[in-house]
Design a protein around this ligand. Sequence first.
Ligand code: PEP
Ligand code: MN
Length: 258
Amino acid sequence: MKLNETISTSRPYVIAGPCSAETEEQVIEICTQIAGRGLANALRAGIWKPRTRPDSFEGVGEEALPWLVTAGKMTGLPTTTEVANKTHVELALKAGIDILWIGARTTVNPFAVQEIADALKGISIPVMIKNPVNPDVELWLGAFERMEKAGITDLVAIHRGFSVYKHDKYRNVPNWELPIALKERIPDLPIICDPSHITGNRELLLEVSQKAMDLNFDGLMIETHPRPDEAWSDAAQQVTAEGLEQILRNLVLRSKDV
Ligand code: PEP
Ligand code: MN
């Protein structure tokens, strides 16, 4: 079954794993904890990290690909990582990553999105596309159209909020009307909410996850780390596997058709 069909029939489809793959032990530790508790449908880890400012941790790179693939094999769960250019695509495919995602800083750039689409021509792999950092539905839509034109039909949207100059409560404002507008333009497209990057704060994950469920989103991507406070990126928003379990347990799920 295609990923977009699986996601549309799950409630919620959960993608969990660390913001960044840091060491092989860390990836295996958190992924086996997540799978051991039966918390996720797929495992994530950032291998190439697009950081806003230089001199922050920019990801382990290629070396981390087999760590995530091994975690996938150990747990029987599909794996996903972010790709931002042709080289990332080629390396991720060669390593056996199951699902690719395009990050918010890449969706803003049609040249980069087109390069990824071209690298994927003739290849059958699901692609998830995060909203661009700026609140522009057309740009988000354009990324889907570029993939479709390249023959990639297994597509999923991820809503991770939008950058603002001054943020008070959330790191990235949700502007819920934008993913809703995207859904109106592509009605069959499953949408996953990424409350980790919207909130930037683990204490707020439940309320944003609940809001996404209330709006009939299909899934959640939640950053999960064995020791969140020691994480090399996005420490404040990551949760332990136990923390993730609590969030999922506390979600109130209503019927999708209401
Ligand atoms: C991430 O998922 O770790 C990430 C970098 O996300 P975004 O593209 O939403 O900032
Ligand atoms: Mn992150």
